[in-house]
Design a protein around this ligand. Structure first.
Ligand code: IPE
Ligand code: IPE
Ligand code: MG
Length: 241
């Protein structure tokens, strides 16, 4: 599968789904899939950056995932802390800028401390940005942005006519990232589950049955290959390739 290196999507987002089912298919408890899924983020980051992708945004915990059993939620709030302690040197060595998107006020303190440390340590890195969406939901993102803009208007710092799409964009967690080109969802589900509703405006969508822990470089290449054979018109007209 030969990729056109002049047409690599700049920004890819992934709904990394299927950790639980992957674990089940291996006769293991769900948390086993989450651990393997976390490891796979590193694998796919490496592949994406090698292919020339500039930004990768991954959906790891939604504002709705708090509904899961307490033991699973606890695992998802503590495993990343252990993961960071274990792989800190490797994570920092990779040279990516790592940021988190989502609410910060409900996340347990030890995890929040790690998130802030990672952001601080990688803030001046350039070239490849990994955005980890954690306690993220589009409804929350758009509500928070709306409240902020409304308060600026109420304080007389902004007029209603100054509210433009780019102003809205600058109030989202993804501000400053390249436009989203491609959304991938693993595990066979074909829905958005409250992810990047605004940013998806003109992204191409790609669904695969592969469970997230099995989605490696070859699968990413397949998704990009598919993307390169889409006819992106953005509402205009363009000859079919
Ligand atoms: C995705 O895997 C990771 C999270 C949402 C935390 P799931 O945990 O949703 O796995 P399935 O969909 O139950 O297999
Ligand atoms: C979406 O997956 C959220 C993340 C991958 C973090 P879910 O497994 O929570 O989504 P639904 O419940 O199948 O829509
Ligand atoms: Mg799921």
């Amino acid at each position: 599968m030969e990729l056109d290196m002049n047409n690599i999507p700049q920004h890819i987002a992934i709904i990394l789904d299927g950790n639980g089912r992957w674990a089940k298919s291996h006769g293991k408890p769900r948390f086993f899939g989450h651990r393997e899924g976390a490891r796979n983020i590193a694998t796919v980051c490496k592949a994406a950056s090698e292919l020339g992708v500039k930004a990768l945004t991954v959906y790891c915990f939604s504002t709705e995932n708090w509904k899961r059993p307490e033991a699973e939620v606890n695992y998802l709030m503590t495993m990343p802390v252990k993961y960071y302690k274990k792989y800190k040197a490797k994570i920092l060595e990779a040279g990516y800028k790592i940021r988190f998107a989502g609410r910060r006020n409900v996340i347990p303190k030890p995890l929040l401390a790690v998130m802030e440390e990672v952001e601080r340590e990688t803030a001046s890195n350039e070239g490849f940005t990994l955005t980890i969406c954690f306690d993220y939901g589009s409804y929350e993102e758009l509500t928070t942005a709306t409240k902020h803009i409304a308060s600026l208007v109420a304080e007389g710092k902004l007029t209603v006519d100054e509210i433009t799409p780019s102003l809205i964009e600058s109030n989202l967690y993804t501000a400053g990232l390249p436009k989203l080109d491609l959304l991938i969802r693993t595990s066979g589900e074909q829905r958005i589950s409250n992810f990047l509703l605004w940013q998806l405006g003109y992204a191409e969508l790609y669904f695969t049955d592969t469970y997230w822990p099995d989605f490696h470089k070859e699968e990413l290449i397949k998704a990009i290959y598919d993307f390169q054979h889409r006819n992106r018109r953005f509402g205009g007209l363009k000859e079919a390739k």
